[in-house]
Design a protein around this ligand. Structure first.
Ligand SMILES: Nc1ncnc2c1ncn2[C@@H]1O[C@H](COP(=O)(O)OP(=O)(O)OP(=O)(O)O)[C@@H](O)[C@H]1O
Ligand SMILES: [Mg+2]
Length: 351
């Protein structure tokens, strides 16, 4: 489980990813889709951080901006000591092996014209100078690691089942010994019976290889099982970031509470306490978010300040970060300022 004394491998600070909107006859820049609008968190070495939230809240955009598959609009993304958001093209190329992605749809992310060995070997060709024999040995090793039979090395993606294809995607992601992997809904496209196998594989690989995961999912039960801590996103911002067990037992942010109220609760004590909260209205457009708190148009506990001032993500209980004015008093008592501030406090406390 999570050990807070460990150094963060990933540190995200004020990440923004805005997509420009062009309209009118002259295709002029008339606004921005604020898909990610000021997100900060860190992930410890070997930790799994879950990232949850409704469709369109910006989860995949966070994952892609982190790995610089998008050019972030603002913010820093420190991965293993280097700011990925600001690396030069060549430095970024050298950095690529450290950070990889496993995609939702292995069908779409695998080249149908390449054999399994070709697909897994491609990153090796690009980033290493292995001899032919060494490369084959490495491909076999990767296939063993993800439970693919070596006999399949010369088959094509369409000859495999969904679960097997996801194993190919995982083997490819592992080829260059990454430290950090973004898993973007890696099981959402799979049969329920196969999902657990792939999750077990990911957990197993994490233990064996010391991997750090950002695990994106809208399956809250799966995230509960997998993640050390969970960040709940709403409309491009993090509403709450808490250790998984605390979040599921007692969500602090009204949005997290509403989201979790729909999840089956195995613990009868917690289940008895929980009431189903059905939110009214629609999620506002990320091109035109509310002035104050992004959740103010739907929050059951909204008050005046919420419509005027955006709440910052602050530590309101030890290890628990919430962006909500309901907790302003707790914030005053504790030091404010996001995950970095906590660490400073911890360091301060230990000296
Ligand atoms: N390339 C793009 N150009 C313009 N808008 C985009 C682009 N990619 C995403 N968006 C918008 O950004 C917002 C966040 O999208 P994103 O795909 O990150 O959400 P998500 O949380 O991953 O959703 P889902 O659960 O459906 O996968 C959405 O409003 C989406 O329409
Ligand atoms: Mg997505």
């Amino acid at each position: 489980m999570l050990d807070l004394a460990r150094q963060p491998l990933v540190r995200v600070d004020g990440l923004k990813m805005h997509f420009p909107i062009y309209s009118g006859v002259f295709r002029s820049h008339t606004g921005d889709v604020k898909a990610v609008d000021g997100v900060s968190f860190d992930i410890a070495q070997g930790e799994t951080l879950g990232l949850v939230g409704e469709s369109g809240c910006g989860k995949s955009t966070v994952g892609r901006a982190l790995l610089r598959l998008y050019e972030p609009t603002a913010g820093r993304v420190i991965i293993d000591g280097e700011d990925v958001a600001h690396l030069s093209a060549e430095k970024l190329r050298q950095k690529r092996p450290t950070m990889q992605m496993v995609f939702q749809d292995p069908q779409a992310s695998l080249n149908p014209r390449m054999t399994l060995a070709g697909i897994i070997g491609e990153p090796l060709d690009e980033h290493t100078r292995l001899s032919r024999a060494e490369k084959t040995a490495r491909i076999y090793e990767l296939m063993d690691q993800v439970g693919l039979n070596r006999r399949f090395a010369n088959r094509y993606p369409h000859e495999f089942s969904g679960g097997q294809r996801q194993r190919i995607g995982i083997a490819r992601a592992l080829a260059l010994n990454p430290k950090f992997i973004v898993c973007d809904e890696p099981i959402a496209a799979l049969d329920v019976s196969i999902q657990a196998q792939v999750v077990n594989l990911l957990e197993d690989l994490q233990d064996r290889l010391g991997l750090t995961y950002l695990f994106i999912s809208h399956d809250l039960s799966m995230v509960r099982h997998l993640a050390d801590r969970v960040a709940v996103m709403y409309l491009g911002r993090i509403a709450e970031l808490s250790p998984a067990k605390d979040l599921y037992a007692r969500p602090l942010h009204p949005y997290a509470e509403a989201l979790l109220s729909a999840v089956n609760e195995p613990d009868p004590v917690i289940a008895a306490r929980r009431k189903r909260i059905i939110l009214k209205g629609d999620v506002p457009s990320p091109a035109n978010p509310p002035t104050g708190c992004n959740f103010c148009t739907r929050c059951p506990q909204v008050f005046e300040l919420c419509r005027q001032v955006k709440p910052e993500l602050s530590e309101v209980e030890p290890g628990r970060f919430v962006a909500c004015h309901l907790y302003d008093n707790n914030k005053a008592a504790r030091s404010t300022g996001g995950p970095e501030a906590t660490e400073r406090n911890q360091q301060g406390a230990s000296t």
